[in-house]
Design a protein around this ligand. Structure first.
Ligand code: AKG
Length: 300
């Protein structure tokens, strides 16, 4: 215990590793930040191939049911994997950017999701905050963010992610039942949209959008003949590891990989099938133990 008279100055912020102060300030103001071409074409290509054709991925997706009964497809995992998928999670440039954006705090991998929208598919994501569900696992601070890496060209017609600029400053918004699913209270979202900007993430392969855990986001159906695939990589700060929660969200050291890991093709196997199967099983056990903190129906 200390008294208010004895408080020292706030601790200085650690030096930035990858970003300039103005970019960090932009993220803090807007809850989102675009880094164009963070991955080059040769770096993104192996993941595009894997996500498109590999039955170890395409045969293991789940369908997330939205408020209108449509289904969006995901391949998700948590933990630290020693494979191509893990290389995108552990590559230094992504991890260090996340740390710069989260006040210089050390981060670990929360979970990642390949999010697919097939051509002419109706699945959508209702407006939500990721921290809405992560909070229910006992993460006390919203010191969490997602790096969304585009694998395809994303636009409004193929269901790109939309963000509400600066909505992270509204704090955590209750998620409520909406049609067949759940999402941020629609009345609050409507009010937010009266004075905050709706931003379409129209980005190309290799571009990355970082968004804060409390940034409201959604995406519409894919009305086009082109696929829309993105990889969402979510990080939590080490000091914010959950006080309860799904076991696979517990802290595990990230073991960062060098920035040339993708070009030097030094990632080992493409998909560590056993680790991914264990991650999915752990996800299921977590749902059984804690309930469905995400609030939406998941179908295989
Ligand atoms: O990929 C998308 O369209 C959105 C996915 C999303 O919001 C999520 O996984 O929380």
């Amino acid at each position: 215990m200390t008294t208010i008279h004895d408080l020292g100055p706030a601790p200085a912020r650690p030096a930035l590793k990858r970003l300039t102060p103005d970019r960090v300030a932009a993220f803090e103001a807007d809850g989102l930040l675009l880094i164009p071409a963070m991955f080059g074409p040769q770096e993104i290509e192996p993941l595009v191939r894997l996500a498109r054709d590999d039955p170890r991925i395409t045969g293991e997706t789940v369908e997330i049911i939205d408020s209108t009964g449509g289904g969006a497809e995901l391949f998700g995992w948590a933990g630290v994997t020693d494979d191509l998928l893990g290389a995108y999670v552990r590559i230094a440039r992504l991890v260090e950017t996340a740390e710069d954006l989260l006040g210089g705090e050390e981060v670990y991998h929360w979970h990642s999701k390949l999010s697919f929208k097939k051509p002419h598919s109706s699945g959508r994501w209702d407006w939500h905050q990721d921290y809405g569900s992560w909070y229910l696992e006992g993460c006390l601070r919203p010191e969490m963010l997602t790096a969304m890496i585009a694998l395809d060209a994303c636009s409004l017609d193929n269901g790109c992610v939309e963000l509400i600029r600066a909505s992270h400053r509204l704090g955590r918004i209750d998620h409520v039942a909406i049609g067949q699913s759940q999402g941020a209270d629609p009345e609050v979202v409507e009010r937010a949209l009266e004075h905050l900007e709706r931003v379409a993430c129209e980005i190309g392969p290799g571009d990355v959008v970082f968004f804060h855990g409390n940034t409201l986001h959604a995406s519409g159906p894919n009305l086009s003949e082109k696929p829309r695939t993105v990889l969402h990589v979510s990080y939590n700060t080490v000091r914010n590891a959950p006080v309860r929660g799904y076991d696979h969200h517990a802290y595990a050291p990230l073991d960062m990989l060098p920035n040339d890991v993708l070009l030097s093709r030094s990632w080992g196997v493409d998909v560590d099938v056993a680790r991914h199967a264990e991650s999915r099983a752990s996800w299921k056990r977590g749902r059984e133990k804690l309930g469905n903190v995400y609030g939406y129906e998941v179908k295989r």
